[in-house]
Design a protein around this ligand. Sequence first.
Ligand SMILES: [Zn+2]
Ligand SMILES: [Zn+2]
Length: 242
Amino acid sequence: MWDGWREASARGWDWLFPRVCAGCDQMSDREGRHLCWACFSRIDWHAAGLCERCGGQTEGQVSHAFVCGVCQAAPPAYDKARSAGRFQGVLRDVIHQFKYSQALWLKQDLTDLLCGCLSAHFSRESIDVVIPVPLHPVRLRERSYNQAALLAQGLACRIDRRFDGRSLARIRKTQSQTLLDASHRRANMLGAFEVVRPEWVRGRCVLLVDDVMTTGATLHECARVLKKAGARSVWGVTVGRG
Ligand SMILES: [Zn+2]
Ligand SMILES: [Zn+2]
């Protein structure tokens, strides 16, 4: 009943205010979504040849399970991380609009991608709580919203799991990661996060959500403090992979 009403209302809104595709500026032909079929199909999905641990894609052809050299040399604190698609082209544009240009209407499209990635790689029944990678309060004031928290909220609602945007906090502002290599990124993130409500994560399976993962240093540091606070397992999911 509710779903039918929601669909009918979405169709009504689409008729009144046609949606422009965030990728190509043409009218979107996907009902209730801001990314048209053509742009959606241009996303470079991150599906095969992935490291068991970090989900990094190998360039070669592999059909067996493997753990990449990076994860073998410096195992990440999270148990498993996956991303929906490569952070390039249309996906990069859409994430940038969502993150920096207040294009909050893209939340449903991006939540779709997270949901698809989750179904492909994780068992949603095992997840106890969905936690976003937090922003530092100063950054949050500048931007007025945390894009990861909006995505985590959307995802938690879709998979019917508890959203917790308060137990993990960012306590230190970090230098931009863009010019740092993998090992320096981990050092840069050290001490950036704190679990302020350990009793809410102890013994739980936590799903961490972020918009983009590059070397995984941020997810690693979040997972490290969550595990230290007693989390049973920590998984990470992001829309894009840099
Ligand atoms: Zn398009
Ligand atoms: Zn790996």
